[in-house]
Design a protein around this ligand. Structure first.
Ligand SMILES: Cc1ncc(COP(=O)(O)O)c(C=O)c1O
Length: 346
């Protein structure tokens, strides 16, 4: 029985072209700034995101953490969506290592934070008791909100208000190219008013490792020092950067295929009795759905794993599926068949 793995787009393997490029990559010591492949990838990332410079990090988690470390001081407060990946899934690094207070503002189902609610959460500077609110974090696409997309207009509006209050804006754009493809706009438009933006080449873009943190030159140099402190200076990492270059050159446009398979799954799910899914909310490659009330989400996920289909559990009644390069239409149809077989057995 073929296993169909819908836990995450991070499970994608490097393409043959990536493996070839990795085998022959020009390398040097990146801690000395001498790895030509890293330098090329950082230049390419900065150009694609419309920023002056970029820094290659081992993971999205490190990029987000380094952004907080470079933008804030211990004792500062950052505003962050209640469903943000940085809040839920990054081990509290911003607080543990950056010493910042993470103050949440609610994310709607559509991933948006209400602008007025965000502005009301900013602490007045003239009160002795308050930590200074110095940073706003946004996420595009929004993982826990089902891959929801933030438009350039929304991000600019939020950034304008944050900047009026003297704050910096960081965009966790782990899947920003999914948003760009879904909206049909260049990624740079989605990040133009953010002070920093990071994205992953290791997710739907299929490279094996790595993220890029982009921003102004001075910010990236600060971030480089923080990355070194965290142990993220990676020497001849051009071997992995070579795959990242192919991810950016050749793998962005095909993300549309993952969005199409996500729609196929979401529409298929609503045809199965007692399953709840919201195809109209599926904008990119993440699908949230609920199994019939008779089964808890973890029980359903376990049962499906024994039928060779793997999902992940974001909490509550929900199940998460993520489409990617290694699942095609026929895998989605087979997934729906196996879900139907499981539903019939409940
Ligand atoms: C929105 C978002 N940000 C950051 C990350 C962290 O990336 P990494 O797993 O490379 O640390 C992820 C990973 O899934 C994510 O979905």
């Amino acid at each position: 029985m073929k296993t169909i793995d819908l836990r995450s787009d991070t499970i994608t393997h490097p393409t043959e072209e990536m493996r070839q490029a990795m085998g022959t990559a020009a390398v040097g010591d990146d801690v000395f700034g001498e790895d030509p492949s890293i330098n090329r990838l950082e230049g390419l990332a900065a150009r694609m995101l419309g920023k002056e410079a970029a820094l290659f990090t081992p993971s999205g988690t490190m990029s987000n953490l380094v952004a907080v470390l470079a933008h804030t001081r211990p004792g500062n407060e950052i505003l962050i969506g209640s469903e943000a990946h940085m809040l839920w899934n990054e081990v509290g690094g911003a607080s543990a290592l950056g010493g910042v207070v993470m103050r949440t503002v609610p994310n709607g189902e559509d991933g948006l934070i209400d602008l007025d609610v965000m502005e009301a959460a900013i602490r007045p500077h003239n009160n002795l008791h308050y930590p200074p609110t110095t940073m706003l974090c946004l996420e595009n696409t929004h993982n826990r909100c089902g891959g929801a997309v933030l438009t350039p207009e929304y991000t600019s509006g939020m950034a304008t208000v944050a900047h009026q209050h003297g704050m910096t804006v960081h965009l966790d754009g782990a899947r920003i190219f999914n948003a760009a493809v879904a909206l049909g706009v260049p990624a740079a438009e989605l990040s133009q008013d953010a002070d920093s933006v990071c994205f992953c080449v290791s997710k739907g873009l299929s490279a094996p490792v790595g993220s890029l943190l982009c921003g102004r030159m001075e910010f990236v140099e600060k971030a480089r020092k923080w990355r070194k402190m965290l142990g993220g200076g990676m020497r001849q990492a051009g071997v992995i950067a070579a795959a990242g270059i192919i991810a950016l050159d050749n793998m962005v446009a095909r993300l549309a295929e993952d969005h199409t398979t996500a729609q196929r799954l979401a529409h298929g799910l609503i045809r199965i009795p007692a399953f709840t899914s919201w195809p109209e909310r599926v904008q990119t490659n993440i699908i949230m759905f609920e199994p019939p009330a008779l089964s808890t989400a973890p029980d359903f996920i376990r049962a499906m794993a024994s039928r060779g289909v793997r999902f992940s559990y974001p909490g509550g009644r929900r199940v998460r599926a993520v489409t990617h390069r290694m699942v095609g239409d026929e895998d989605i149809d087979e997934t729906l068949n196996r879900i139907e077989a499981q539903a019939a057995s409940i």
